[in-house]
Design a binder for this molecule. Structure first.
Ligand code: AMP
Length: 544
């Protein structure tokens, strides 16, 4: 029983118990690369020899700037099992943020996809900690200003396909992932071997994501964001096959790829699935194998859940989590319904039950009930706090403030209710709540209601400063038929307001609903409310 919970144990399973299972990758050459976990294991060994030759020391941070590919997957195992720390860099962040993260983490080497070379070349002169670069996908004919540079396949070729793996302690650091920095600098979250191991087990449970050897799982969620939701480790643990889409994230590419390799479960943010739904609805794809989609990172609109399930027969597992939670927090897979339950989709649009191993609570936010635990009545909203073996306790560098409450809970920054079943329902991110005339308005609830309208494709609601009320909600709406100018905008706006007033109090209804062509998104595809607020403010103060 005294057995260290390390990623090395999962790596041994890759070699032994599940070695014949396959990994597919959509490559830049338009082909599908396919090999077995057994082949992968041999290359992971070769990569570990390469890490020795790169003069790294145990504990060193190894950066990756890469899409979801088999090479990135090999690094997911080789680096931590060799004794290093895998630092996955979010390639969609700004140059300044990338420099900040690489510098704070003191990355010693960076592995980069050939398609991302220009991005890294631009910032390389400012990276003082990095001693060398490794180019993945390219070969010696590829010109680069990076120096010294090694070629991934050359490095692997020079290594043996077996390796004497070190004995690791389960508390050692395995991975480092920064938050997306939507409020200030990104913050580093360090994952231990133990936390990753336990998280991987939790991901596989039937009532979380239910991964098994019967699955082929496609993580569309990037491997540079929150460990691709732990799917690479979870898949190896149970022998699920993996399908990596590479940089090809358009709905049409995803639909062809998932058909080609018979994906059974795919995971990503709601904006992705909106596009995929429209693509699959064309009826051009055979998708009987696609049983479920895992959706998280932002609220999945109730209407889209219903459309996927009723029109395409694909079940939706709505999940909530965050980088600081490795990232799995809750899922709807374990909710039980009476088959006659007419509220079934209302329930599925909630964020679900805490994954086994996690505990949740809500605390009062108002001066009168500050820090008092609130009831699980499905009505009272409070600050959502979590604790458990894969919840971070501090950020990577001590310069960031302490994270946990005095009694050891992590405050998520989300406001939620919890019902008697234990199901959480996010009201909003605390910074996104709108305070109008002293009363709270949930931007998330309004967005969900707007997106339920048949003519609306996407909707976002933010707070707009208001002299009389303090703040008022403002909505930006993208229509399914984007040719806004030909539509009677005024009539549509009235229709939306009337629709909202059927559900919400009068003071919730946004007076201002703007029809836009596109809603700005963050590096990981969520609505970029910070940018939208800035734009609204600029417009208000006449700076535009
Ligand atoms: P990140 O660490 O970038 O993954 O962001 C985590 C935050 O995304 C959470 O604190 C929530 O505010 C939001 N989030 C994640 N999943 C959901 C969901 N299913 N519904 C609503 N918001 C979500």
């Amino acid at each position: 029983m005294n057995y260290p919970l390390t990623l090395s144990a999962i790596l041994r399973r890759m070699k032994q118990a599940v070695s014949t299972r396959k990994v597919f990758t959509q490559t830049n050459q338009g082909k599908i690369h396919c090999y077995s976990y057994g082949d992968c294991y041999r290359r992971v060994c070769q990569l570990a020899h390469a890490l020795n030759r790169l003069n790294l020391k145990p504990g060193d941070r190894v950066g990756t700037l890469a899409w979801n590919t088999f090479q990135h997957f090999e690094l997911y195992f080789a680096v931590p099992c060799w004794g290093g720390v895998l630092h996955t860099l979010n390639l969609r962040l700004s140059s300044e943020q990338l420099i900040y993260m690489i510098d704070e983490a003191q990355d010693q080497v960076i592995f980069v996809d050939e398609t991302l070379l220009p991005l890294l070349e631009k910032i390389a002169p400012k990276l003082s900690s990095v001693k060398s670069y490794v180019l993945m996908g390219g070969d010696r004919s590829q010109k680069t200003t990076l120096s010294p540079v090694f070629y991934y396949e050359d490095l692997l070729e020079a290594g043996f396909d077996c390796f004497d793996w070190p004995e690791l302690h389960e508390e050692m650091a395995a991975g480092l992932c920064y938050t997306s920095g939507t409020t200030g600098h990104p913050k580093g979250v360090l994952y231990s071997h133990r936390s990753q191991y336990l998280h991987a087990m939790a991901v596989c449970l039937v009532d979380t994501l239910g991964l098994s050897a019967r699955d082929t799982v496609m993580p569309v969620v990037p491997m540079f964001h929150a460990n691709a939701w732990g799917l690479p480790y979870a898949a190896v643990l149970v022998g699920a096959q993996l399908a990596f889409p590479g940089p090809f994230l358009k709905a049409i590419d995803l639909a062809s790829f998932l058909q080609e390799v018979s994906v059974t479960v795919a995971a990503g943010v709601p904006t992705l699935w909106l596009g995929l739904f429209q693509e699959l609805k064309t009826g051009q794809y055979k998708t009987d194998h696609l049983q479920r989609l895992v959706v998280g990172g932002a609220a999945m609109p109730r209407s889209l859940i219903e459309s996927f399930e009723k029109e395409l027969g694909i079940s939706i597992i709505h999940a909530w989590g965050m980088t600081e939670l490795s990232p799995l927090g809750t899922t709807t897979a374990g909710l039980r319904f009476d088959s006659s339950d007419s509220q079934i989709y209302d329930q599925k649009a909630k964020q679900g039950l805490p994954a086994p191993g996690l505990e949740v609570r809500i605390l009062g936010d108002l001066p009168r009930d500050l820090n008092e635990e609130l009831p699980w009545d499905g009505k009272t909203p409070g600050k959502l706090q979590v604790r458990g073996p894969w919840v971070v306790s501090s950020y990577f560098q001590a310069s960031h403030p302490a994270l946990l409450t005095q009694d050891g809970w992590f405050d998520t920054g989300d406001i939620s209710t919890i019902d008697p079943q234990g199901c959480i329902h996010l009201v909003d991110r605390s910074k996104d709540l709108i305070k109008s005339g002293g009363e709270w308005i949930s931007s998330m609830a309004l967005e969900n209601a707007l997106m339920a309208h048949p003519e609306v494709m996407e909707a976002v609601v933010v707070a707009m400063p208001d002299q009389k009320w303090g703040e008022r909600p403002l909505a930006w709406v993208v229509l399914k038929n984007k040719s806004v100018s030909t539509l009677p905008v005024k009539t549509l706006k009235d229709k939306l307001q009337i629709e909202l007033s059927k559900t919400f109090a009068k003071f919730w209804i946004p007076e201002k609903i703007d029809f836009v062509q596109e809603i700005p998104k963050t590096s990981i595809g969520k609505f970029d409310k910070k940018k939208i607020r800035e734009q609204v403010l600029k417009e208000q103060t006449g700076l535009n």
